[in-house]
Design a protein around this ligand. Structure first.
Ligand code: ATP
Length: 348
């Protein structure tokens, strides 16, 4: 059982802000993903929870107890890093057993625990190999097993899949999801990959420049992004964002006109997702020549250029047209997301 609380946690180095005023309660057994671009403060947040970095301000609590002054080893957390940090001279068995030795656990129970952890990550056949004799994916599984064997209250995972190739990343991701379901332990997982975040998380925290932008379930942040940063970070392709002006409920920009918006007059940023739009020959809210066409197998992505920005819509795979052909994109008012033109904050 482990509930983690961060209360107004900040980390500064001189005048540089790494993490600013982070407040969140992570309930027992939640799989929480910290998501954001490089340098946004994800790793620093995790390192503060692990005790590897001291907060400049604020409190960190595990199960209601302030742990700011507790050593990492006394926090009952297990970390898995992107660099697997295995001991090269020990075989797989010894690498997995290592935390039990450090903790001074009775050796009589080691074998059973190591076998159980290695079976969970399907490493039973490799126990006698050295890390150098393993593939990247197998090494990452050793690192996972070494965390599992500790039976920690909290798992902290920092980009554990980033050194794996695309295919292995997908299968190891599935394995982590399955493991987390089986082990049911509070997990905080850092990534800059929005697909990893969406597929693994119970809740996602989107960060930028040390500041939390939104906390929510994958569906919430996809359906109702709190601002243009989140809107453009979640989803593939990113949400289309068009700057324009509203007058009397009608949004206009270069080649775009959307009626029936419930928002006051003035400049706004209008967003919509490629998969919510419809491509037609005429009658849509955007009319422009096709800039590019991409065949995706199950669909065709059609893009036009509006005010210098690429705007995409998903069409079915039978769509036939040429670059330069005029096209119409239907974006009815109900699929539009409205954001403040200046701050980027969601308006509806
Ligand atoms: P990445 O995905 O690249 O690992 P991140 O979101 O995990 O990025 P952090 O490692 O948390 O980012 O770093 C946040 C910011 O704090 C970065 O701009 C980084 O350069 C800065 N930073 C991290 N550690 C230190 C340090 N010891 N001293 C000064 N600045 C630091």
């Amino acid at each position: 059982m482990a509930e983690i609380q961060l209360r107004n946690v900040s980390k500064r180095w001189g005048s540089f802000v790494g993490v600013e005023d982070f407040t969140l309660t992570i309930p027992d057994r939640e799989f929480l993903v910290l998501l954001g671009p490089s340098g946004c403060g994800k790793t620093t947040t995790m390192r503060m929870i692990a005790g590897l970095e001291d907060p400049s301000k604020g409190e960190i609590l595990i199960d209601g107890k302030v742990v700011n002054d507790l050593e990492p080893k006394d926090r009952d957390v297990a970390m898995v890093f992107q660099s697997y940090a295995l001991y090269p001279n020990m075989n797989v068995y010894e690498n997995i057993r290592f935390p039990l030795r450090v903790r001074g656990e009775n050796p009589a129970g080691h074998k059973e625990k190591v076998m159980r952890a290695s079976a969970m990550v399907e490493l039973d056949e490799f126990l006698h190999r050295k890390p150098a004799e393993l593939s990247g994916g197998q090494r990452q599984r050793v690192a996972l097993a070494r965390a599992i064997v500790r039976e920690p209250n909290v798992f902290l995972m920092d980009e554990p899949l980033s050194n794996l190739d695309a295919k292995l990343r997908v299968s190891t991701r599935a394995q982590i999801k399955n493991l987390s379901h089986e082990l049911s332990v509070t997990t905080i997982y850092v990534t800059h990959d929005q697909i990893e975040a969406m597929t693994l998380a119970d809740r996602v925290v989107v960060m930028e420049k040390g500041v939390v932008q939104q906390v929510g379930s994958p569906t919430e942040i996809y359906d109702k992004p709190a601002n243009t940063f989140v809107a453009s970070f979640i989803g593939n392709p990113a949400m289309n964002l068009i700057d324009g002006v509203v007058q009397g409920g009608t949004f206009t920009a270069d080649s775009v006109s959307v009626e029936g918006l419930n928002v006051k007059d003035g400049p706004i940023t209008l967003g919509f997702r490629a998969e919510d739009a419809e491509v037609s020959q005429e009658g849509g809210q955007i009319t422009a020549p096709i800039y590019t066409l991409e065949l995706l197998g199950d669909a065709t992505m059609v893009s036009v250029r509006i005010g210098g920005a690429l705007v995409s819509a998903r069409s079915d795979k039978t769509f036939r047209a040429e670059i330069g052909d005029p096209i119409s994109i239907r974006i009815p008012q109900e699929i539009c997301h409205l954001f403040d033109a200046e701050t980027g904050a969601r308006l509806d």
